[in-house]
Ligand binder design. Structure first.
Ligand code: HEM
Length: 397
C-alpha cells in the first residue's frame, strides 16, 4: 500500500482561492484512488482514501456501507461535532428517525413562505451597510448577520439576545480557536439553547423549533432538541455567510456575470446554482467504511476513512463536456455536490438558496457602484479551513 500524502484540507490554489490546488487536479487524474493525510484541527488529523471525481462522489455518498465516522459518543466531551440530535453524528435508522422530524420544516413550500422574512432581514442589512459607509466590511455588516438573523427566526431567539447569540456562533465556528475554548463556548451555547427549548416546551413558538416541539416533542429529549438547535446554527450559519461573501467577491471580479444576477430576475435560480458549484464553501465530506467495498475496482477496507472532495468533484472535467473551471452563471447543466448527496444531503439547501436569491440581487441593485476598497490581492480568504470563506471584504461604493 502506498504511503498517504499530506493534503491541505481545502487544497485551493494559493493565488486563485476559488480554484482547486494543482495537486488536487493531479489526484483527480490518477488511475487509482489516492490515500491522503487530512489535517483537521477539529476532527484531529486522519488518513483517508480521497474521492475527487464527480460520479465517484455521488456513487459513494449513495452507498450505505459508507457511514458517518464521527458518531455521537456520550462519553466524549461535547463539541460542535459531538452532540445528540446532530444529524451528521448519526447513521441508518437513528439518522432517519431524527431527519424525518425536520424535513417538513425545510421543504420548498415552507421555505417559500419564509421569503418575506428573509427580504425584511436583507433590507435591514442593506440599510445598515448604507449607514456604515461608504466603505464597510461586507462580511461583518451584511454576509454574517443575514444567516444568523434567519436562524434566530427559525429558533425563536428574542431580539435582545441576538448579539450574544451571534458572538457565540462565531466563536463556535472559528476553527482557529482551541478545543478548550470550543468546549467552553458550547457549554454556554447549550445553556442558552436549553432555555429556548424550555420556553418552547411551555409555549411552542411559530417557528421551526416550535414546530418540532409541537409535532415531535414527545419523541425527543431536551438534550436532543438542544443538539438540533446547535446543529441548525452550525450547519446553516458559516456556510451561507461564506457563500454570500465569496459570491460577492467573485461577481465583482466578473462584471458581465454580475449584471445577469442584478438585472435578470428570471435567471437568478440558475445563477445561484452556478455560484454554489463554483464557490463550494463546504470543502470535504468525511466518511468511514462499515464493510469492505470497492470504488472503481479499488478495495476500501472495513474501518477505513474516506473523504469526498466537494471542491474537486465540482470541477471534474469528466462530469460534462463544458469547461467547469470557468464561471458561467447562465450555464446548463451545473453538476455539483455542494450540498452533498444521498441521505445526509443538506437539509437546509432550499433555505440557503432562498437567502442567496434574495440577498445577492438586492445588494447589487441597492449599491450599483459597489467595488472592493482594497486591491484584490489583499483580500484575505480562508482557504485552509473546513468551510472556505472570506475573512474580511472591505467594499466601497
Ligand atoms: C448537511 C452544505 C446551508 C443544515 C450539509 C452537507 C453539506 C452542506 C455539504 C452534507 C454533509 C455530509 O454529507 O457530510 C451546505 C452549504 C450551505 C448549507 C454549502 C450554504 C450554502 C445550510 C442551512 C442549513 C443547513 C442554511 C439549516 C439551517 C444542514 C443540516 C445538515 C446539512 C442539518 C445535515 C443533514 C444530515 O446529516 O442529514 N450541508 N449547507 N445547511 N446541512 Fe447544509
Amino acid at each position: 500500500m502506498t504511503e498517504p500524502r499530506a493534503l491541505p484540507i481545502a487544497a485551493r490554489a494559493e493565488d486563485r482561492p476559488f480554484d482547486p490546488a494543482a495537486e488536487l487536479y493531479e489526484l483527480q487524474r490518477e488511475e487509482g484512488l489516492p490515500r491522503v493525510t487530512v489535517p483537521s484541527p477539529i476532527l484531529g488529523d486522519f488518513e483517508a482514501v480521497m474521492i475527487t471525481r464527480y460520479e465517484d462522489a455521488r456513487s459513494v455518498l449513495r452507498d450505505d456501507r459508507l457511514r458517518m465516522g464521527f458518531v455521537f459518543d456520550p462519553e466524549a466531551p461535547r463539541t460542535m461535532l459531538n452532540q445528540p440530535g446532530n444529524l451528521l453524528n448519526y447513521n441508518g435508522d437513528e439518522h432517519s428517525r431524527l431527519r424525518r422530524m425536520l424535513t417538513g420544516a425545510f421543504s420548498v413550500k415552507r421555505v417559500r413562505a419564509l421569503r418575506p422574512m428573509i427580504e425584511e432581514i436583507v433590507s435591514a442589512r442593506l440599510d445598515a451597510l448604507s449607514e456604515a459607509g461608504p466603505g464597510a466590511d461586507l462580511v461583518r455588516v451584511f454576509s454574517t448577520p443575514i444567516p444568523t438573523m434567519v436562524i434566530c427566526e427559525l429558533l425563536g431567539v428574542p431580539y435582545a439576545d441576538r448579539a450574544d447569540f451571534q458572538h457565540r456562533a462565531q466563536v463556535g465556528l472559528d476553527v482557529n480557536t482551541t478545543r478548550e475554548v470550543q468546549i467552553r463556548n458550547l457549554a454556554e451555547m447549550d445553556e442558552y439553547m436549553a432555555g429556548l427549548v424550555a420556553d418552547h416546551r411551555k409555549q411552542p413558538g411559530d417557528n421551526v423549533l416550535g414546530g418540532v416541539v409541537r409535532d415531535f416533542g414527545h419523541e425527543l429529549t431536551d438534550d436532543e432538541l438542544v443538539g438540533i438547535g446547535n446543529m441548525l446554527l452550525i450547519a446553516g450559519h458559516e456556510t451561507t455567510a461564506s457563500m454570500l461573501s465569496a459570491s460577492t467577491a467573485l461577481l465583482l471580479q466578473h462584471p458581465d456575470q454580475l449584471a445577469v444576477v442584478r438585472d435578470e430576475p428570471s435567471k437568478i435560480d440558475d445563477a445561484v446554482e452556478e455560484l454554489l458549484r463554483y464557490c463550494a464553501p463546504a470543502t470535504i465530506m468525511p466518511r468511514q467504511a462499515a464493510a469492505p467495498m470497492s470504488v472503481r475496482g479499488q478495495r476500501i477496507e472495513e474501518g477505513e476513512r474516506v473523504v469526498v472532495s466537494i471542491l474537486a468533484a465540482n470541477r471534474d472535467p469528466d462530469a460534462t463536456e463544458h469547461d467547469l473551471d470557468a464561471l458561467d452563471v447562465s450555464r446548463q447543466p451545473r453538476p455539483h455536490v455542494t450540498f452533498g448527496h444521498g441521505v445526509h444531503q443538506c437539509l437546509g439547501q432550499q433555505l440557503a438558496r432562498m437567502e442567496l436569491r434574495v440577498a445577492l440581487p438586492a445588494l447589487f441593485d441597492r449599491f450599483p457602484t459597489l467595488k472592493p476598497a482594497v486591491p484584490w490581492e489583499e483580500i484575505d480568504y480562508r482557504t485552509t479551513a473546513l468551510v472556505f470563506g472570506v475573512r474580511e471584504l472591505p467594499v466601497t461604493w
